[in-house]
Write a protein that binds this ligand. Structure first.
Ligand SMILES: [Zn+2]
Ligand SMILES: [Zn+2]
Length: 427
């Protein structure tokens, strides 16, 4: 049997501290994390030459990694050897009397098949055998880990960037739709949460604009636990991949001011004071949204965090707009209402082509069907009307639609065949 070193697994107790060493001190690059739900583990792969390190983080106290760390503390957990055929490898080892933990292959990270050999057979080291497998799950992981995606609409360049992922209650994300239906499209974790991306959009034309800016990094551990925040690869990284620095942004445009859209508008400086994240930018916000976000009530208060936007007014970089209008040549805002009274989408038009950044009007591709509306929406019947109108228009015009929260698909075209609508992903 030919076996090569695939990776070395390290059980981690404090992921932030581990990243401070492996990413920041050693300067290694960390790939987008992979969730292995069955094992309650989140795996962060760190390429080192032909092999990788795998930082293993428990996502539940039942996880084998949680138990390992409780018993022995963090440290070397396993070594993984890549083999061509894991079934054949198990048979060969068993024939020679080696004790196996897994007598048959099971599913591991990155769409692989794995089996563990007992440390009694390996002289004290837990050894995992792995057979790489290409399947739909693997290709989805690839799209998550991929670099930023660029599109051209006439004279405008559109760059889909990312501020990582977070989680919201699946029931709240799909309103009246039963779990039996939505969980086929968006699997829930053990706290009933589904994974959502945060994908701001950079638009480069006469000027450089960013629409929304994700969550940012001001929230504490408790918040990040409740919302399953994963910003290992965040807006700083993806802007850099796009060749942009925060100083390059001229205009920051808000779809609305919820924390998963406006959190990245401000940062806390070393002196503890909040300041605009994009130092040269004017921040454009709809006046009605600003009024609502600064006069909250019991139903919307959890989503509006003043630290994300009040410092913009203090710094004199806030520009309020009253109605649907052009923000930059080719880029307009259009009020949809529904999600919030003054929620707006962004329409992009150049060279006879159209694109739209719909924000929370249709947060994921799963929200295409009419009754699939968020329980979060303050005025769901308004969302329904705006969505129905927009989808019809997008089909007719061949509009490239950006899905801000879809975990796998940044953008696509809505098509209709024999009365059935579907999305043709572009990424
Ligand atoms: Zn929202
Ligand atoms: Zn949102």
């Amino acid at each position: 049997m030919k076996a090569t070193l695939d990776h070395i697994g390290i059980a981690v107790k404090d992921l932030a501290a581990a990243l401070a060493f492996y990413r920041d001190a050693l300067g290694l690059e960390i790939e987008a994390p992979e969730e292995v739900a069955a094992q309650h583990v989140r795996a962060h792969f760190v390429p080192v030459g032909a092999s990788k390190l795998e930082l293993l983080e428990a996502t539940s106290p039942e996880s084998a990694i949680a138990k390992y760390v409780d018993k022995r503390g963090p440290g070397l957990h396993h070594i993984t050897l890549r083999v061509d055929d894991v079934g054949a490898a198990i048979a060969q080892l068993k024939a020679r009397g080696a004790r196996m933990i897994d007598e048959s292959p099971r599913e591991g990270a990155e769409g692989s098949l794995i089996a563990f050999v007992h440390p009694a057979a390996t002289h004290g080291v837990l050894v995992e055998l792995k057979q790489s497998r290409v399947d739909s799950r693997a290709s989805r992981v690839d799209s998550r880990a991929s670099k930023v995606t660029r599109y051209t609409i006439g004279d405008l360049e559109l760059i889909s960037v990312s501020d990582g992922f977070f989680r919201l209650d699946g029931g709240a994300m799909f309103g009246i739709v039963p779990k039996a239906l939505w969980e086929k499209k968006a699997p829930a974790d053990d706290r009933n949460r589904i994974t959502l991306a945060m994908r701001p959009l950079v638009i480069r034309g006469m000027r450089t604009m960013i629409v929304d800016a994700g969550l940012g990094d001001k929230e504490n551990d408790k918040f990040c636990d409740i919302y399953g925040v994963d910003r290992v690869r965040n807006l700083d990284h993806t802007l850099a991949e796009a060749g942009l620095a925060p100083e390059d942004i001229d205009i920051v445009l808000a779809s609305h001011l919820h924390f998963d859209h406006a959190g990245g508008f401000t940062v806390r400086g070393p002196d503890g004071r909040l300041r605009p994240r994009f130092p040269r930018a004017q921040y454009v916000v709809r006046r009605g949204e600003w009024e609502d976000a600064t006069h909250t009530h019991a139903r919307n208060r959890a989503s509006y965090l003043l630290d994300n936007y009040v410092p913009l007014a203090d710094a004199g970089v806030l520009q309020l707009v009253d109605d649907d209008q052009t923000i930059m040549p080719g880029v307009k805002v259009r009020r949809t209402g529904g999600h919030t009274m003054h929620h707006q989408m962004i329409t992009i038009e150049s060279g006879g082509k159209t694109a739209a950044f719909v924000a929370d009007l249709m947060p994921t591709t799963a929200h295409l069907a009419e009754p699939w509306l968020m329980g979060f929406d303050l005025y769901p019947m308004d969302t329904l009307a705006a969505k129905t109108g927009f989808v019809r228009e997008a089909v007719e015009k061949g509009t490239l639609v950006f899905f801000e929260h879809d975990p796998a698909i940044a953008a696509g075209y809505i098509t209709e065949t024999h009365g059935t609508r579907s999305i043709q992903p572009l990424s």
